[in-house]
Design a protein around this ligand. Structure first.
Ligand code: FAD
Ligand code: NAD
Length: 403
């Protein structure tokens, strides 16, 4: 009998964890498993702020997909160019694919909310290459300041748009990296400005107030400036325009603008034929797409409501990896004509890094700050490696550097 074909799109936290678990739970003897990803490597999206600031290398934050999935899973290095679920047709740069079961794990894209000039003038933390680009851009600005006879100090100003988790984690890394850059390029530290612009009345809106205050004080003590309640309304080649009052605006001149003000799903979702909002799909309780019994959505392309608040759970690696396990089990159930399991999210809490040696965290409802939180963040990062690639991956990529 012909084996069913399971196609998994994307080898991020969601897709790669799905592939590992489908191999384990369904078995390569019972299905053809095909994993499609743009690159031959998986990158740690949760470490992109470190790559962007230059505190770790892009190589350190990535590893081979085939080393993880091993034999039995067919890996196709290709970019998906169209998803057509009505015709079960996936177009890729390496040809067309069809499937019996499809898992879409194509991840997120930065949300620019249609703000003028952002796409052209702001850098992003969307994948390994955009993060590398941030690092190189900052280094280029610092190097050209050092080289120029006539010094333009705005080259040394870095604006971070958004003080959500991504923005704050990036600021923490920049606070560590900038002194190294100043030393390397012989730049007086007081010439450098790092300014975070946040639209909401607080940084990390919605997070525990005490922890938020700790993070803000810590970063301020490291020289980070905050402009709170002042949304970015435009970006130009010279910097960003911010709204400071009803009819009041200000302009911050900056050589580097990094946009970290929210995410949406992969835009391929919008033309897939599946009902969606900002390229994210409100999945059913068993993680299938509405109207398509053979299509599962994992990770940042999926939306699930928290039953307690009736608001969507934030898109995280934590939820993506849990969804992946349920999807693998449900594909097996479908193949055996069994009832499907409902996904139940087990929220372990969030930890937000403030650089190598500090963090804030709310694990299991507890509050942690400083070094203990930073240690926990490393445990969380290592646990993700363990779940995807076992002890060998932890040994190769794990974070063990002492404070
Ligand atoms: P992704 O990890 O984005 O993976 C998508 C994959 O699909 C990628 O491999 C990509 O190359 C591939 N792909 C995309 N388009 C195509 C295409 N057209 N064709 C082929 N392949 C394609 N969450 C946490 O839980 N904890 C954290 O500490 C944390 N820290 C974060 C730090 C930063 C700086 C950022 C930006 C996010 C962080 N998050 C964290 C959120 C978390 O990274 C995302 O929720 C998670 O990456 C989503 O996983 P995913 O598999 O849906 O997508
Ligand atoms: P986010 O949506 O959580 O935060 C974006 C921030 O940008 C918000 O504070 C918002 O008010 C602000 N903003 C929006 N428009 C703006 C404007 N015009 N000008 C200035 N500020 C503006 O997005 P994120 O921080 O990229 O996080 C994305 C997801 O990834 C979230 O689910 C988050 O929980 C997750 N994440 C988790 C971690 C972690 O657990 N350590 C780290 C990074 C990201």
């Amino acid at each position: 009998m012909k084996k069913p074909k399971i196609v998994i799109l994307g080898a991020g936290y969601g897709g790669l964890t799905t592939a590992v678990n489908v191999k384990k739970i369904v078995g390569t003897q019972h299905a053809d498993i095909i994993l499609v990803n743009k690159n031959e490597y998986h990158y740690e999206t949760t470490w992109l702020h470190e790559v962007a600031a230059g505190t770790i290398s892009p190589e350190r934050a990535s590893y081979s997909v085939t080393d993880i999935v091993g034999g039995g899973v067919q890996f196709l290095k290709a970019t998906v160019t169209n998803v057509d679920v009505a015709n079960k047709a996936i177009a890729t740069t390496e040809g067309e694919l069809t499937y019996d079961y499809l898992v879409i794990g194509l991840g997120f894209e930065g949300e620019t909310f249609g703000i003028k000039g952002l796409k052209e003038h702001a850098l992003a933390l969307a994948d390994l290459n955009t993060a590398r680009n941030v690092r190189e851009h900052i280094e280029y600005q610092f190097a050209s300041w050092a080289k120029d006879e006539e010094k333009d100090d705005t080259k040394l100003t870095i604006v971070v748009g958004g003080a959500g988790f991504t923005g704050i984690e990036l600021l923490g890394e920049l606070a560590n990296r900038v002194p190294e850059l100043c030393e390397e390029f012989h730049i007086p530290h007081d010439k450098v400005r790092i300014i975070c612009v946040e639209a909401a009345p607080t940084v990390l809106p919605g997070f525990d107030e005490q922890l938020v205050a700790y993070a803000k004080d810590y970063l301020t003590s490291k020289g980070i400036e905050f402009s709170i309640g002042t949304p970015v309304v435009e970006a130009t080649a010279e910097g960003v325009k911010i709204k400071t009052g009803e009819d009041a605006f200000d302009f911050i001149e900056a050589g580097t603008v990094i946009w970290a003000a929210g995410v949406r799903g992969n835009s391929l979702i919008e033309s897939s034929g599946i009902e969606n909002n900002r390229a994210r799909i409100m999945v059913r309780e068993d993680l299938r797409a509405p109207g398509y019994d053979d299509v599962f959505i994992v990770g940042d392309c999926a939306v699930i409501l928290n039953p307690e608040t009736e608001r969507p759970y934030p898109p995280t690696a934590q939820i993506a990896m849990q969804q992946a396990v349920t999807i693998a089990k449900n594909i097996r159930h479908l193949m055996h004509g069994e009832a499907l399991e409902h996904f139940v999210y087990s929220d372990k809490g969030a930890v937000c890094s403030l650089g190598h040696s500090s963090a804030i965290g709310a694990p299991f409802g507890q509050k942690l700050v400083g070094k203990p939180a930073a240690a926990l963040k490393k445990v969380v990062d290592n646990r993700a490696l363990l779940l995807i690639g076992g002890p060998a991956l932890v040994a190769k990529k794990g974070k063990f550097k002492p404070f």
